[in-house]
Ligand binder design. Structure first.
Ligand code: ZN
Ligand code: FE
Length: 263
């Protein structure tokens, strides 16, 4: 398993169900090791991971109600008796949830505070977990590297506002996305802007990683602001490349989201 972070806490990547990217986090709270996972795509793989490390799974942090993020809740609760947190707006759709969170909630892991960011768009209640002191963001299916989640429930307006919220986070913030879709997303981004040099460079680096079966995540807010077209719907360069200089930012966003749906 790839360890992606080690600074007060440790974050491991656990690939699940083909292209889900699950995360296991281990930290110390009142001199005790506590383990948590963001979402629960595959209870067997997650359990095996925690057993192999000899850690308990104490907490599940759910980002949204889709099956590939919450279906492992009942089995994991059975095995580990863990506490399950998730978005308030979706609490009725998430099995075995113990505590619901909204933007005024925080989750404390030792000295590290996680803030809850509400990100309607992919689903209406979708939340992300952000720690400023650690500089990490667990963003579920809202932001992917070079892409973003499909609009299953929200409007383009809502998703664009959600993505703009993420853009205000510090550039060096590590972004832990819930799927490994990067290469396909880059191909789509290049179909909009075939000559964007930073994107071509990013494609090279990402292809190199994938050819060695390494993940392309985590990414950073700074990188995504440069290469992710869904974060650049207000960028005049992108508007020019699309021949849509007269259109509003939301119209640009809606247009590229729709094109990606059928790419
Ligand atoms: Zn989803
Ligand atoms: Fe998903």
């Amino acid at each position: 398993m790839v360890k992606a972070f080690s600074k007060g806490i440790e974050i491991f990547l656990i690939p699940c169900l083909g292209d889900n990217q699950n995360y296991a986090i281990v930290g110390r709270e009142s001199s005790q090791n506590i383990g948590f996972t963001v979402d629960s795509p595959d209870p067997q793989v997650i359990t095996k991971f925690f057993e192999s490390k000899n850690w308990n799974l104490d907490v599940i942090l759910n980002t949204h109600h889709h099956w590939d993020h919450v279906d492992g809740n009942p089995q994991l609760k059975n095995r580990w008796n863990c506490k399950i947190y998730g978005p308030e707006y979706e609490e009725k759709r998430i099995k075995k949830i113990d505590f619901s969170l909204n933007e005024s909630s925080t989750y404390q892991l030792g000295k590290h505070k996680f803030e809850i960011i509400h990100l309607p768009g992919h689903t209406l209640g979708h939340i992300a977990y952000y720690s400023e002191t650690l500089g990490v963001l667990f963003v579920g299916d809202t932001l992917f590297s070079a892409g973003c989640g499909r609009l299953f429930e929200g409007t383009p307006d809502q998703m664009w506002e959600s993505l703009k919220k993420l853009r205000t986070l510090p550039d060096e913030t590590l972004v832990f996305c819930a799927h490994e879709y990067t290469l396909n997303n880059i191909e789509f981004a290049l179909s909009l802007e075939p000559n964007r040099q930073s994107l071509l460079n990013f494609q090279n680096v990402s292809q190199e990683k994938r050819s060695k079966s390494l993940p392309t995540v985590p990414t950073t807010i700074g990188v995504e602001k440069e290469i992710n077209p869904f974060l650049r719907a207000d960028d005049i360069e992108l508007k020019k490349n699309l021949n849509m200089t007269e259109n509003s930012d939301v119209e640009i966003f809606a247009h590229i989201r729709k094109s990606k749906d059928t790419f």
